[in-house]
Design a protein around this ligand. Sequence first.
Ligand SMILES: Cc1cc2nc3c(=O)[nH]c(=O)nc-3n(C[C@H](O)[C@H](O)[C@H](O)COP(=O)(O)OP(=O)(O)OC[C@H]3O[C@@H](n4cnc5c(N)ncnc54)[C@H](O)[C@@H]3O)c2cc1C
Length: 313
Amino acid sequence: MQVSPVPTLDPETNQIREATANIVNRYIIPNEDRLGDYRNPETQRLRHEIQEHVKAAGLWAPHLPKDGTAGWGSGCMKHAYMNEILAWSPYSNPLFGVVAPDSGNQTILLKYGTEEQKKKWLEPLIRGEIRSCFSMTEPDAPGSDPYAIQTRAVRDGDEWVINGRKWFTTGADGAAFAIVMCRTEEPDGAGGQKEKMTQIIVPTDTPGFRIVRKIKVWGIESNHCEVEYAERPGAGDEPARPDGERPPGGAGPAGRGARVPLHEQTVGQMWRAFDLMVRRSMDREVREREAGDEAVHPGVHRGFVHRHRARRG
Ligand SMILES: Cc1cc2nc3c(=O)[nH]c(=O)nc-3n(C[C@H](O)[C@H](O)[C@H](O)COP(=O)(O)OP(=O)(O)OC[C@H]3O[C@@H](n4cnc5c(N)ncnc54)[C@H](O)[C@@H]3O)c2cc1C
């Protein structure tokens, strides 16, 4: 990957892009064949080594603030441009300490968690000792509209009783806890459709948490799970944010802020695919070499020009 300064960006953002590309180019892309073998101790050693390079470069956990966490508080746009570089390899994000759904859950816990919740869930999550998951999307409601959520949470003494079904809960199997988006009052009650929602921390070893199945994606079993939150006390008893406040994972500013870096990641994936296409068009042996070049290269060139024009616009 070749990264040159983008004229419309400030010097610091360009410097972050270059420093990130340096690590991705040097340590991640050449090791992609080995980095997926998570259980191998040699891979774990390599991952740890790369993480140390990331920390030494001051690039660890861009989404977290400087105070009291290991992060560096990049802000939305610097994080977004960094994500474009990270997306060149599917292995980059965990090696830079910023991987969904943990990064989103860390942000929620930092903003809304009590001191006790931070100690119990946030700190080990940041240290990488536990994983987490986020349960918003439901089979019977459009995920594009978080206010359509049907999962109910009602108070029973000191506990919340959650009743609902979620799917595409990424990383549910192996997670220590889930943050679950719930409705706490009927839409026709006080507050209407958009109020009376909350997010509740549910430890996954509680009896009310059950993985129904691991959903197949492109025919392959994934860790995007269907999860049932059964009507039993103890399914969740720790509100992660005050009842009635807009859910940050939804349509609020925090939701939008989280999406910009994700969208820029798609741009980075496109660049990697584009790069592979260019290499393939240069290396491929065809009988009618020149005719092939004439057909393919102008198309590749047009794509490159369009992409750069879009960035400057
Ligand atoms: C790999 C993967 C991992 C995921 N991980 C998680 C997770 O960890 N936790 C979680 O809670 N969810 C997760 N999701 C779910 C994801 O958040 C939802 O798929 C997404 O919010 C869309 O919701 P939906 O699938 O219900 O589609 P729908 O909302 O039903 O949308 C269906 C189609 O309608 C279109 N559409 C919707 N609204 C409009 C509109 N207003 N105008 C025009 N078109 C519209 C959409 O673009 C889409 O093509 C994951 C999904 C995938 C694929």
